[in-house]
Design a protein around this ligand. Sequence first.
Ligand SMILES: Nc1ncnc2c1ncn2[C@@H]1O[C@H](COP(=O)(O)OP(=O)(O)OP(=O)(O)O)[C@@H](O)[C@H]1O
Length: 263
Amino acid sequence: MILEIDDITCGYGSKPVISGVSFEIKSGEFLCLLGPNGAGKTTLFKTILRLLKLQSGRISLDGENIENWSRRRFAARVGYVPQAHTPPFPFKVVDVVAMGRAAHLSMFGSPTCIDLEIAEQALDTLAISYLRNSIYTEISGGERQLVLIARALAQQPEILIMDEPTSNLDFGNQIRVLEYIKKLVNESGIGVIMTTHYPNHALFYASKVMALGRDGIFSIGLPGQVITEDYLRQTYGVSVQIIESELKNGSEVQVCIPFAANI
Ligand SMILES: Nc1ncnc2c1ncn2[C@@H]1O[C@H](COP(=O)(O)OP(=O)(O)OP(=O)(O)O)[C@@H](O)[C@H]1O
């Protein structure tokens, strides 16, 4: 499966937020999208998901323009984890996760035993089975984030789009979720596009990175090529040093460490 974004412009009404964006994501790739607040990351995602009208350009799946695809057809192949939100209805967690199966059901069908089993498995994978009977509106922001990830896993998409999936998670859950996503990418061949505000997450886990700048200019490439000290200083206005280090297990990593001139 290949999702191709070709020279697109997205925004609200007739006002563009980002333009001239092109990239592709294939099965087995983990693309991290970095950029400052307001750069247009969520706008880009909403446009790919067709929650926002494409202003210009082309989006295709396996070479086919998705312009006239039904939401349902698209959702059977592309999943979305939005930023954690509180829905107006007090559903049970297991029911929220089972909603991930909606695109695979017949028009008026209800979830089968297999669908419910897949939902239970997704809860188990993220170690949140203990929440299955909790009310979604009464759990913490981090727990809600994990439930939304479980819902997307239950959808069994070929491409998964995740908007800051670790933003509400504690240190341990951030690492567990990122490790799990990486395993999913490597073992099941899913393609993932994820936004993050943490350059280290992209350096540690991504197979490629797209970095949006304040000026609407973007670059795409290998993490170490795109996440440079210059990019981080120019984009975020902070000084950083990127250090190469060897972990106890022998693997080589690059780590980004911010510093202020007066420390
Ligand atoms: N519903 C809307 N109507 C009009 N403009 C909007 C709307 N939502 C967002 N914008 C504008 O679009 C721009 C990009 O917003 P977007 O949410 O895509 O940024 P982002 O990169 O996801 O930011 P963050 O990192 O803060 O989540 C911002 O200038 C924002 O004010």
